[in-house]
Design a protein around this ligand. Structure first.
Ligand SMILES: [Zn+2]
Length: 335
């Protein structure tokens, strides 16, 4: 069975002989940069380099490709200065001097959004990936409205504002939702089979279920309802206490991290969405080596996760050997 078909069957809740193995967010590593001849930071800004680097995931046996590799595209179009770092393993962030926005009114979604910043680069890279790899799922990565808003305001200030002036939090999240809707929507027009919404600032251990329900679920539900294709909702950290809320957004896939117990997640979700994860990206894939990766992958398979994947974006230092160990454990499962 072709990888794209297997992935879409899982999303439709149909039976497959084994789970797909891919990633919800960035797969770019230093070893892949060498092979692709495409490195950070240039690969964040050039569609051809971006597509070439993303394609290297397939050489390691991963069954999907996705772009971009960072979480700053939306922040850049909303006016933040981005620090791309100078070395090949740096993950772009907002320049350190960023003071945060005082009010939601400062958040201005530019006209012709799809032509701004690196959005055209990402959309072009999706087109190239679709042309080159039509039989694997092509996945676009966006940042969720709450995470964008929290970065613009500052997460600490955002949490404070939830208690002191909740209406203002809602205004911030509504403002940033407009970007997610248009950008994620365009990804489907440019070849994406699914879009991952990375809502990492909304982790269950940061917000808890009530604040998650109040400030995160409404915007995600709106965004997901408006999309032409399936959404993968990625929230790292511990998300057991917000899984109900995650299901209620309508996301077809919930991407969970190692800190969320896979068996427990299956019990809570009860088949209402596919569960994806949860191999520890930073520690196990990043440092511990193939044997530990294999053990953790078997645990995820035994727990019944529907798609096996890193629990978060891969660190650039992750070895190809470790990624292959995850893939081989899945492909060989039950044989
Ligand atoms: Zn993550």
């Amino acid at each position: 069975m072709k990888a794209r078909e297997r992935f879409l069957k899982v999303l439709a809740g149909e039976a497959v002989e084994r789970p797909p193995v891919l990633a919800a967010s960035s797969t770019a590593t230093l070893e892949q940069m060498d092979r692709a001849g495409a490195s950070f930071p240039q690969a964040h800004r050039d569609a051809d380099l971006m597509a070439r680097l993303a394609s290297e995931a397939l050489a390691l046996g991963l069954e999907g490709v996705g772009v971009p590799f960072c979480q700053t595209v939306e922040l850049e179009v909303l006016g933040c200065e981005i620090d791309f770092g100078s070395d090949r393993s740096a993950i772009p962030g907002v320049a350190k001097t960023f003071p945060g926005f005082a009010a939601a009114a400062e958040v201005r979604v530019p006209e012709n959004l799809l032509k701004k910043g690196r959005i055209p680069v990402v959309l072009r890279a999706l087109v190239l990936l679709k042309e080159r790899h039509g039989d694997v799922p092509v996945i676009g990565h966006v940042r969720g409205p709450f995470s964008v808003a929290s970065r613009l305001k500052g997460l600490d200030k955002m949490v404070m504002m939830m208690l002191e002036d909740p209406q203002k939090v809602t205004e911030f999240v509504e403002a940033t939702s407009a970007v997610t809707v248009e950008y994620a929507g365009a990804m489907f027009d440019h070849g994406a089979d699914a879009v991952t919404i990375e809502e990492m600032a909304a982790a269950g251990n940061i917000l808890g279920p009530d604040l998650f329900q109040q400030f995160v679920v409404p915007s995600l539900t709106e965004v997901i309802k408006g999309l032409k294709g399936p959404a993968i909702l990625h929230i790292c950290g511990s998300s057991e206490n917000i899984l109900e809320g995650m299901v209620s957004t309508g996301a077809k896939v919930l991407s969970i991290d190692r800190k969320t117990d896979a068996k427990r997640a299956k019990e809570i979700v009860k088949g209402r969405a596919a569960l994806m994860g949860n191999i520890d990206a930073a520690r196990t894939l990043g440092y511990e080596g193939p044997e530990a990766v294999r053990r953790e992958t078997l645990e995820a398979l035994e727990a019944g996760l529907n798609i096996i994947a890193p629990g978060c974006l891969l660190s650039p230092i992750t070895s190809s050997e470790s990624i292959r160990a995850m893939v081989e454990a899945v492909v060989g499962y039950g044989k």
